[in-house]
Design a protein around this ligand. Sequence first.
Ligand code: ADP
Ligand code: ZN
Ligand code: ZN
Length: 728
Amino acid sequence: MPIIRVALCVPVDTLFDYQAEDASQHDIGLRACVPFGKKQVTGIILAVSDETQIPIEKLKSAHGIFREIKPLPAALLDLFHFCSQYYHHPLGMVILNGLPVKLRNKKPVSLKRKPHQYQYSLTSSGKNVALTQIPARNRIARRLLSEFQQTETLTSLQIKHISPRAEKLLQDWIQLGWITAEFCLTATAVRVAEIPVLTAEQEIAVNAITADAKRFNTWLLHGVTGSGKTEVYLRIIESVLAQGRQVLVLIPEISLTPQLEGVFRARFSTVPLVSLHSGLNDTERLAGWLQAQRGEAKIILGTRLAVFTPISDLGVIIVDEEQDSSFKQQDGLRYSARDLAIFRARQSAIPVILGSATPSLESYHNALTGRYRHVRLLSRAVQNATLPLIQCIDTRINKTREGLSGPLIQALDQCLQKEHQSLIFINRRGYAPVLLCKSCGWTAPCQRCSSRLVVHLRDKKLCCHHCGHQELFPRACPQCGNQDIAPFGQGTQRVEETLTAHFPAARILRIDRDSTRRKHAWQEILHAVHTHQVDILIGTQLLAKGHDFPNLSLVGILNADGALYSTDFRASERLFAQLMQVAGRAGRANVAGHVLIQTEFPDHPLYQSLQRHDYDALAKTLLAERKMAGFPPYVYQALLRAEAHHIKTVLDFLAQAAQLARPPQAVELFDPVPAHMSRLKGLERAHLLVQSSSRKHLHAFLTGWYAKITALPSQKVRWVLDVDPLEF
Ligand code: ADP
Ligand code: ZN
Ligand code: ZN
C-alpha cells in the first residue's frame, strides 16, 4: 500500500509517514488529513513512496487526501524547502504557516465563487456535439448545450438561471473539451489613468529591464523620491502582462495597498488583481490565494507573506521600498521577504526589481560590486518639480517650547497663509513621551518589559507599546511623593495640542496606530489630505512611507537626534532612509518643498548628506565604517535568541549552546548578551551572535549546531535562530 510522507505544523524537522491506499505521485503538494497523537491534523504531502522506516504495526492510515484544489506547485515547495534550510526552521511549520488559514483546516475548502466571475465559451468540438449524444433524461444538460449552441458564450449567472445544478456539469464539459472557461472581472467603474510620457531616465530604466526580461537578474531601481519609480514598475508590468504572465508586487506596509491598488486598477482596468495582506479575513485571503494559483489573478499585490503565494506563470517580481525592515518577519520564522523574492526570481529565471530612494546598505553594496544591476533615477519626474530644500534648525540657539522652535512655528504660519499643507514628523524610535518626576527623575516603567510606559494624554493613560499593558496616571510620584509629575518628550498628542493653541483656525490631523486601526481609515485619511481638508498633518513612521501628498510643501522633523548616537549599528542607515523618505513627501507636484530638521547637531555628517540629498556620500561613509568594524554587509550574521522567565535560565541555556558549538575558524562566536529589549512581555531575553565573512561557512556551521541545540534536553527556554538579524 502506498505511503504518504506528510509535513505537519509541529516543531520537529521530520516528515510523518501514513498509509493511504488511493495515493499516487500526483498527490505531492496536496493536503492530507492525518491522525497525530490523539488529534487529527492537516499537513502537506511531500512524497509518495512504497517504503517506510516505520514498523508496519505502528503505521497509521491517513484519514483522507483533499483534492478539491490543485496541489502546491513544485516551485513553491522548493521555496519552502529553501526557506526551511536557510532560516533553520522546521519545514512543516514553514509550509503550514505560509498557507492561508483555511487550508490548514481539517476539512476541504468550499469553493463558492461569486456569480459573474466566469464566462464559458463553446469550443469548435463543442459545436459538433449533437444534442442526441446526451441521454434524453438529462434534461438540464440538454438545455444547457442547446443554450450554448445558440449563444456560444454564457456567464456563470446565466447558467445559474438555467438551473442551479447546471454549473456542476461544466467541469466535465471542460474536461471533454466542449467548452472553455475564462475568468472575467466584475465590471467595476474605474477611472482610467492618463499615461505620462516617460522621462529620459525612466525610459532608460524601462528599456534596460524589459530588454533583459527573459532571465534572472536582481535590479536595484535606485531613484530619488518623486522620480517616478511607480511609472517604471507600471511599464514593466505592462510588458509582462502583454506576454500573458503574472506579476508579484511586494510592499512593506498594508497602509500602502489602497494607494497602489488604485494606481494599478486605473492603469490596468481590465486586468484581474488581488491584494494579499493581513487586513483580509480568512475567506478573502483564501480567495485571493486561489485566484493567484489558478492563474486568474494577473497582478498579485501584497505584504511580506505574499511572497509564499503560488503563482503559476510569474514574469517579474517587484519589491517596493526594499530597505524597509517590515519585509523581515520579527517572530517565529524570521524570514526576509525581499531575500526570498530574490530566490524566487532566480528559481523562475525572471527579473526581480528592488526599488528604493535609499537602498539598504546590503543592496547598495551588491549594486556597487556588480552583483545587482544598478539603474538610477536622479531627478524628479514631474516637470519643474525639484527636490525639497532641507535645512537644520539649531535648537541650541533656537530653544524649543513644548518641542517646537520659533523658526518652525513661523514656517508653519507662512505655509498656512499660502494655503499649503504641512507635516510634522515625530521620530518615535525610543523617543515616545514618558511620565517624568522632575524632582527625583522617576519615570513610569512597564512591569513586564524593560521599557518605559508611553503617555497617552487624551485618556490619561500610560501604555506599554511592547506588551499592551495599560494603567492610569499615578497622582503622585511613587518614588518620592512629588505631585508635580508631567509628561516629558513629544508625542503626537502633545504636539497636536500645542499646534492647536498656536493655530486655532488650522485643520490639524494626527495620524498614529490608533487612528489608522479601523478598516478603511487610511483611505479616509488619504482622501481628506488629497481633497485639502487638512492643513497640518502630525505623525510618526507611518507617514514616512511612500504616500503621495501633492499639496504638501513643508515638513518639520522633531526628535531625530536620538538615532545619531545609538548603539545599534543600523540606526544611522535607518534614520537617513526615514528622513529622506519624509523629506520626499514635500514638494511633489507644483509646490516647492521645504524641510526643517530641529537638531542639536546640525554639523553631523548625516544631516549634511541629507541637506545635499547625497545618499551616495553617506552610504559610502557608512559602508567604510562597517567594513572597519566588521559588520554586515561585510560579514554574515545569525543570532541564537532565547527567552525564559528567569535570566539565569536563559544565560545557562546560551552557555550550553555555546559549549556545543565548536565553530570552525572562519566562524566567530560571541558571548551571550542581554537583548536590547532585555525584558519583553514578562520574559527575560538574551542572545548569542555568530558571524562569518563566508555565508557558506556560516550556514554549514549553523546546520550542525542547530541539530545539536535541538537535541539538548528540553528546557524552559524558548529559542530561535535568527538568520540575517535586523534587530538585536
Ligand atoms: P517615487 O515612487 O519614485 O517616489 P512616484 O512614482 O510616486 O515617485 O512619482 C512621483 C510623481 O511623479 C507622481 O505624481 C507621478 O504621477 C509623477 N510622474 C511619474 N512619472 C512621470 C512622468 N514620466 N511624467 C510626469 N509625471 C510623472
Ligand atoms: Zn519623584
Ligand atoms: Zn510591557
